[in-house]
Write a protein that binds this ligand. Structure first.
Ligand code: FES
Ligand code: FE
Length: 425
């Protein structure tokens, strides 16, 4: 897309407090290709969690940023991220989703590799010349691979800043709050939710930090179901001033609101109170308060969302402009009673599970938007200016989405320097 056309895709008028996005961004095939290079080839992307690789020789495979990845824990305890493609002629070396194996044998000609990626077996090796050295044919590593508090990220741009710099202080603090809301370590529970939508991936970015849609889209859950159970919801009004929507810089964002949860706390009050005490001892009262007493959706640009209410970690990748694949995992505190773990798992699946109370509503909403975009030439703009004139936007405003769009727009125009992304910056 031409420079001027790209610049015109977003109108960000801070005098008039207007923000709108050209609906081409959800449908255009050329833009979709450019996103691959300018967003997914440049940014740090969530790939997995260290707890998925608990023991030596544990492995998982998954698609991350369009590449097949193989994550392993090797014999020395190191965690590795490889491209899951055979150095011989390219076949996917590991076809299972996860498991434990001391070595991997390629399906095609049976070259084999250890969990540190070294080539350890070549059938009929004597047919190769002296210039053939096993050490030159190990599995290719991703250019950048870092861990932050157990969260594993990859980046396909060797020159990218380090992961902690990429987060910035504010986003890192929010990730800490989610992890620190558990008294012990956290782990990804075995099994994942994998589903897809006929919608552009950026619609799910918006939706994941969209407090405005909660009541109308999910009214059956928030108004009817919870009250039928005698539970209280903290999604009760559109302008609740105790909630916040914030830009965290570089496109990262958060929505936060005081926690008054629900079915989970009902049967586990004493266990949760004991956990709370431990967290206070570890972090001090103030940090414990921030970690434990708020529900938050933390968005890490471009496509990771941590949803504390449901203890959900979610990523999503575009397959086509109008199609995305979603993966979600439960990030649970270790060492809890079986009863509380069970409740948390029910909580994890009951709202955001693919067939839960929330996700089918959201899928319907997002697919409906995508169908509407077929008329994008005539009905051209999406309005994302809610709360732009407000000094302190709340979670039902749209500042957090504007933060995403500002970073997206900058990267699409090759402006890669860190930027603040707030309304007043
Ligand atoms: Fe893997 Fe030939 S492609 S051994
Ligand atoms: Fe929703």
């Amino acid at each position: 897309m031409e420079e001027a056309a790209m610049a015109g895709l977003i109108v960000d008028d801070r005098e008039k407090n207007l923000f709108r996005v050209d609906r081409q961004v959800f449908t255009d095939k050329g833009l979709f290709e450019q996103e691959r290079q300018k967003i997914f080839d440049r940014c740090w992307l969530y790939a997995g969690h260290e707890s998925e690789l608990a023991k030596p020789d544990d492995f998982v495979t998954r698609q991350v940023g369009g590449r097949p990845l193989l994550l392993t824990r090797d014999q020395k305890g190191g965690v590795n991220a490889f491209i899951n493609a055979c150095p011989h002629r390219g076949n996917m070396v590991v076809r299972e989703k996860s498991g434990n194996s001391r070595n991997f044998t390629c399906f095609y000609h049976a070259w084999s590799f250890d969990t540190a990626g070294a080539l350890i077996g070549v059938p009929g090796e004597d047919a190769y010349s002296e210039s053939f050295h096993r050490k030159d044919h190990g599995l290719a590593r991703v250019p950048r691979f870092e861990s932050y508090r157990g969260l594993l990220f990859v980046c396909y741009d060797a020159n990218c800043v380090d992961l902690v710099t990429y987060f910035g202080d504010e986003a890192r603090e929010q990730i800490d709050h989610v992890i620190d809301s558990a008294a012990a370590d956290v782990e990804v529970v075995q099994g994942a939710q994998n589903y897809s939508m006929r919608a552009n991936w950026k619609l799910l970015v918006e939706n994941s930090i969209d407090g405005y849609h909660g009541l109308p889209t999910h009214q059956r859950f928030f108004r009817k179901y919870l009250s039928d159970l005698g539970l209280q919801s903290n999604v009760t009004s559109l302008g609740s001033t105790d909630s916040r929507g914030r830009s965290l810089g570089n496109g990262h964002a958060v929505t936060e609101k005081p926690r008054h949860m629900t079915g989970l706390t009902a049967g586990a009050a004493s266990e949760l109170a004991a956990q709370r005490q431990l967290i206070e001892q570890k972090l001090g009262k103030e940090r414990a308060h921030k970690a434990v007493d708020f529900d938050r959706n933390v968005f890490i640009f471009p496509n990771l969302i941590l949803i504390s209410t449901w203890r959900t970690l979610r990523t999503f990748y575009p397959v086509a402009p109008d199609y995305m694949e979603v993966d979600a995992w439960a990030l649970m505190p270790c060492g809890e009673s079986q009863g509380l773990r069970q409740k948390r798992l029910e909580n994890f699946i009951s709202f955001l599970g693919p067939a839960g109370f929330g996700t089918p509503d959201d899928v319907s909403g997002l697919e409906g938007c995508q169908r509407g975009f077929a008329g994008g030439r005539e009905a051209r703009w999406s309005d994302i200016s809610r709360g732009m004139a407000r000094e302190q936007p709340v979670a039902t405003d749209e500042l957090q989405m504007r933060a995403f769009w500002r970073r997206w727009h900058a990267l699409m125009q090759d402006r890669t320097e860190p930027i603040a992304c707030g309304d007043r910056d």
